[in-house]
Structure formats: C-alpha cells, structure tokens
Design a protein around this ligand. Structure first.
Ligand SMILES: Nc1nc2c(ncn2[C@@H]2O[C@H](COP(=O)(O)OP(=O)(O)O)[C@@H](O)[C@H]2O)c(=O)[nH]1
Ligand SMILES: [Mg+2]
Length: 356
C-alpha cells in the first residue's frame, strides 16, 4: 500500500475531487494495519484541527425498519438534492443477513440514481463485521466524504438502536416509518427509541391510513414531551411529493445546531467505543470506565480526529508504552493487540435488544 495514500486522498477530497470517493471507501474498508494507519492519517488530515474548520458537508442519517420505503425515498431524495445542484454520497449499511421473515422483506427496492452523474456516489457496505452498531468503515467514510460532498447520507436498517448509532456520525437523524408502524410508535412512547430530529412518514399516496399515521406520530411525540421533531410525509412514487419539505426540515435542523460541538461530542463517544472494541471491555474498566475515558478526552482539543483521540485513551491506559518491562501489571498487552487488531472486536458479545 502506498505509504502516503491517506494524505493523497485527503488532499483530493480537500480539492473537492468527488471521483476519489471509491478509493476512499476501498481504503477505509481494508482491515490491514497499513490501511488502518492510512485511514487514521486521512481522518487526521480532514479533521477540523487540520482543516481549520469542520468539513462542510451535511451528514444525514436515514434509518428505519425494512420495507419502510428507505431505498425508494433515497432515490427521490438524491434526485431532489441534485436538482438543487448539491453533490450527494450515500453510504448504505446493509444488514447482511435477513434476521426476520415476513412479507415486507420480499419486495425490496434499490436506490436508483443516474449512473452517469459524477456528483452522486452510492456504496453499500455489509454490517456483518461489526457486532451491533454502525460499521467502523462507514463512520470513517462519512467523516472523510463530508469534506468534499455537500450531503453525505448514511442509511441504516432498524429501529431502537440504529438511530442511536447513526447519531454518532450524522449531524441530522431522520427516522423513516411507513403508515401502520405501530411498533415504531410504541418504541417512541416507551423511550426505547431515541427521538429523531426529523420523522418521515412514507407512502403518503396511500391516503387515509397515511394521514392517520401522521396524526399518530405527532401524538406519540407529544406524549414524550417532544416539540422539536419535524414530521414530514412523503410519497416516493411518481409524482413524488413532500421532498422539498423534507429537504427544508433536514436543512433547518442543521442550521439550528452547533455543528462543531455536536461533532466533537460524537467524535469523543466514537473514540471510547473504538477503544472498547479494539482493546476490550476490560481495558476500558482498567482505565476507570466510560466516565474516566470522558475525562481524559475532555482534556484534549475540540477539533481532533477520532484516531488521535483513541491514542490519547491508549496513552492514558498505558497501552502506547510498548517499552514497558515485562511483568508490568497492565491489563492489556500491546503486542497482542498489534498482532491481532481484531482480537478485541471479535471478543465483544453482541448487545441484546435492538430490533433490526
Ligand atoms: N405506495 C407506495 N409504496 C412505496 C413508496 N415507497 C416505497 N414503496 C414500496 O414499499 C416497498 C419497500 O420499499 P423499499 O424502498 O425497498 O424499502 P426499504 O426496505 O426501507 O428500503 C417497495 O415495494 C416500494 O415500492 C411510496 O411512497 N408509496
Ligand atoms: Mg432498502
């Protein structure tokens, strides 16, 4: 692997070269130590510390149960964004195995875009290598691509956990539901599901049932005291409706938040998660748990990339001190970690609960 690949790709993204997107995905999805090093360099060079500002792209998380209409909606959303002359990258995280049966899965659409449009990039990634949550590569890709694309959409499938996961990479989280999704309403009301920034009801062409869905969702949000989530109804079938309103709702959310601060907090959460995945729950406990990790990170700069934050945690945990004499009572063994970067990941048990 080219030893300055991360730097080369970072420079091309900084220059707004959208054609580099496939190479960026190939790099972040490669799991060799050399590739991980180049990915870290890529992220470091695209961090606000290096850029002097947050990458300008709007990262939008789109999540919802299978069959809700996400792919069909994204085809139309991409078209609408392109009509506004905004470049779009879509990173779709596919659940690689079909965990549930049922007719909803029988009729799946693909995201349809103009294959000759150089300002649109679409990539599906399997979520198989990550036990719960968003693939590490997808987070890295979203961060990197937001330096060049106007909008980066991260699509995940599920309800209950996926909107929480996607919140660590997205500025704005939109949850997609179709009319008659009683489970989503229950999740909202019971607090199992984090309240999204925008709630989208699909298939509004279905008429009465769609109108009732909108009223039910509004009532569910009110019942948990939410007054900020925008509820938008769309129909993705021709003639598509609601997409200007959807884009306005996404833009309005982002305009109303402190992006730098939200991203800083998300990068810190991600660094702690990555530390745990890499070195195991035990290493995190030795460090003093999440509160101690958060304290370590609170001392670091606001604008640092995740790999740098992770190094700070490793330093605090004594994991970077490879010269430590043998017999030093450290919980984690740097040599082992280096030899098998996935050891920590593989050792993690899947978290129970999320419905995907
Ligand atoms: N009537 C209607 N059907 C839709 C609409 N959007 C999607 N569908 C259908 O719903 C099914 C699932 O859509 P899909 O985009 O694959 O959902 P995903 O699993 O969430 O990606 C497909 O048969 C679509 O044709 C819509 O706006 N109106
Ligand atoms: Mg789909």
């Amino acid at each position: 692997m080219q030893s300055d690949l991360g730097a080369t790709l970072a420079q091309r993204l900084r220059d707004g070269d959208l054609a580099v997107a496939p190479a960026v995905l190939n790099l972040v999805e490669t799991r060799t130590p050399a590739a991980r090093e180049q990915t870290a360099e890529l992220l470091r060079l695209l961090s606000p510390a290096a850029l002097g500002q947050e990458p300008a792209g709007h990262v939008v998380g789109v999540t919802g149960p299978p069959g809700a209409g996400k792919s069909t909606l994204l085809s139309e959303l991409v078209r609408s964004l392109r009509a506004q002359d905004r470049s779009v990258a879509v990173l779709a995280v596919d659940p690689s195995s079909r965990r549930t049966g049922g007719s909803l899965l029988g009729d799946r659409a693909r995201i349809m875009v103009d294959p000759h449009d150089p300002a649109v990039f679409i990539r599906s990634t399997a979520a198989a290598d990550r036990l719960g949550g968003l693939a590490w590569a997808t987070r890295a890709a979203a961060q990197a691509l937001s330096a060049a694309f106007d909008v980066v959409i991260v699509e995940t499938v599920g309800v209950g956990q996926s909107e929480t996961d996607v919140a660590d990479v997205a500025d704005t989280v939109a949850v997609i539901v179709q009319p008659g999704s009683g489970d989503v309403l229950q999740f909202l009301k019971s607090g199992i599901m984090e309240i999204p920034h925008v709630l989208v009801i699909t298939k509004s062409d279905l008429g009465r049932i769609a109108q009732r869905a909108r009223a039910d969702v509004r009532a569910a949000l009110r019942s948990v005291g939410d007054r900020t989530t925008k509820v938008v109804a769309v129909s993705s079938l021709a003639p598509a409706t609601g997409f200007d309103e959807l884009i306005s709702a996404l833009d309005a959310h982002r305009a109303g938040i402190d992006v730098a601060r939200a991203r800083r907090d998300a990068r810190r959460r991600t660094a702690v998660d990555d530390f745990r995945l890499e070195h195991g729950e035990r290493a995190l406990r030795e460090l003093g748990g999440r509160p101690a990790a958060r304290r370590v990170l609170a001392e670091t700069g606001d604008d640092l990339a995740v790999p740098i934050l992770m190094q700070e945690l490793e330093r605090a945990a004594g994991l970077l001190d490879t010269a430590a004499p043998t017999g030093t009572p450290t919980a984690a063994r740097p040599a082992d970690v280096a030899a098998s970067p996935d050891a920590g990941r593989a050792a993690e048990a899947p978290t129970a609960g999320p419905v995907r």
